[in-house]
Design a protein around this ligand. Sequence first.
Ligand code: PLP
Length: 439
Amino acid sequence: MASHVFGRGPAPLPVAARGEGCYIFDDAGRAYLDGSGGAAVSCLGHSDPDVRAAMHAQLDRIAFAHTGFFTSEPAEELAALLCAHAPEGIGKVYLLSGGSEAVEAAIKLARQYFLETGQPDRHRLIARRQSYHGNTLGALAAGGNAWRREKYAPLLVETHHIAPCFEYHFRGDDESAFDYGQRVANELDAEIERLGPETVMAFIAEPVVGATAGAVPAVEGYFRRIREICDRHGVLLILDEVMCGMGRTGTLFACEQDGIAPDIVTIAKGLGAGYAPIGAMLCSDTIHAAIASGSGSFQHGHTYHGHPLAAAAGRAVLGAILDRGLLDQVQTRGQTLSAALDARFGQHPPVGDIRGRGLFRGLELVEDRTTKQSFDPARRLHAKIKAAAMDEGLICYPAGGTVDGRNGDHVLLAPPFIISEDEIGMLVDRLARAVDTAL
Ligand code: PLP
């Protein structure tokens, strides 16, 4: 049957018929172990009874009420619970429908904050070359992924990109990890000075880089230095936790492990856990107060922002993460996954690096493990591994993105937080067979 869905590619895709726990079943009844939660989305697995019940109950009450007229119980409860567990200083939540919308809102809020505090020249955004912040035009402009930006370059607003913190490829042999982190963080300082601090609005970064790099955390001390630099220049720090937030790395917010708090933080994927399209932009009380006592409102909005049914899903997901002890589970199962990957791939060409935090892990694929030479783009493995893994009954997420001459070739793993020890073994076995097939 011809498909009329405007999808991602030409290949015929299997039809996802139902989901249960860590598995998706196609319409022929074939089970796929969801080793990546789609793209780090399905943190509770599929068909979670509590989330389904919460959504049914909300649907029976009211599905939608426009936020221009009403707030809703699930939106209020979700925002309160997020703030109770958010990094220090964060006190307000703006609910949206996904990650790109959350990033767009963050950029616009930063701009409005400076207008309302009498600093209208601050409009410049600095980001990192190895980053993905979404596909809408503002978020795409912020991202540093060259091939995603290329076609739309004339439509993208001014953004300045600095080096990523990517120890595997860019730490010098004679440099400690800490010194390397300070050196690349100092690029932000230099870039702000070059542009003129009075013109710079914000710096945006993913605490653990996902789609462009395959779960790359910063080295110890990097983000503390970034925080200091932003504070010294009065620049807002926006952390994009759309992929790495909501417990994926073992703490509710990934930045907790870096010992800093942002001015604005975005979350999405794990917030709805795939049950509803929902994202959020959280901001500091300081930013909110400036706008509340200034013009009075954030000049933004989408028809579906604060959607009650989506908020009910998010409220139930967050409740499940907190009440079922899933953050601890992410840490312990994350160690199991990390150890299993090390055991299986530690000496296995073409895997050059195994990295990540919690249940957010990446494998970097290289032509030569000693020189870390990447594969020629025509020979990259990640797409072949994805296809071979599907044949093995495993979903893993390929990630790409050349940065500073290094050809990114990665596989990202982000299984549901409920994955069992046995399923971790199964995941790694199937992945190993897929890598061997792809070679
Ligand atoms: N920010 C990050 C860090 C992401 O990983 C993504 C999606 O992969 C986005 C933003 C965009 O989110 P969405 O696809 O929900 O618009």
